[in-house]
Design a protein around this ligand. Structure first.
Ligand SMILES: Nc1nc2c([nH]c(=O)n2[C@H]2C[C@H](O)[C@@H](COP(=O)(O)OP(=O)(O)OP(=O)(O)O)O2)c(=O)[nH]1
Length: 130
């Protein structure tokens, strides 16, 4: 998962209706392919889903979904003037959201509010303000 913050807003996606968990709000990302590093998968997924080139900074969290998938949360940077373009096969839309806005949204993967809670409780420290 890519943790990308700009102006104290987190880059979130609404999944397309044709992928697993259709229409759910979550962070951009996907499955690591065989032989790939986490950083490489991160860069590839951000290109595939949002047409952006990101630079991985560091792993900031690991979590496990209720269905047993391990998630790696990578802080990443993107140039300030870059505007993502959603690939409609995977991403219906993207939003730069504050934590308060995320709390108010509905229809999201459970990992997203868990991530926000972990930041707010100090379990995750980000060097960017969000
Ligand atoms: N992308 C993403 N997946 C998440 C999040 N939270 C969460 O539990 N997941 C789960 C859903 C899936 O079990 C798994 C990745 O799903 P995915 O649809 O993005 O990846 P995929 O391998 O099916 O598709 P692809 O993008 O690699 O082609 O991680 C999240 O915030 N973002």
């Amino acid at each position: 998962m890519g943790v990308i913050v700009r102006d104290q807003r987190l880059l979130t996606i609404r999944r397309s209706l044709t992928v697993p968990a259709p229409g759910k709000l979550c962070l951009p990302g996907g499955t690591i392919e065989k032989g790939e590093t986490e950083e490489f998968a991160l860069v590839r997924e951000m290109r595939e889903e949002l047409t952006i080139d990101v630079s991985p900074i560091r792993l900031c969290w690991r979590s496990v979904t209720p269905w047993g998938t391990t998630l790696a949360w990578w802080l990443a940077s993107v140039d300030a003037d870059v505007i993502p373009v959603a690939n409609p096969d995977e991403v219906a839309e993207f939003h730069w959201l504050t934590s308060r806005e995320i709390r108010k949204m509905r229809n999201m993967l459970p990992s997203l509010p868990e991530f926000i809670t972990a930041i707010e409780s100090g379990k995750i420290e980000l060097e960017v303000s969000f």
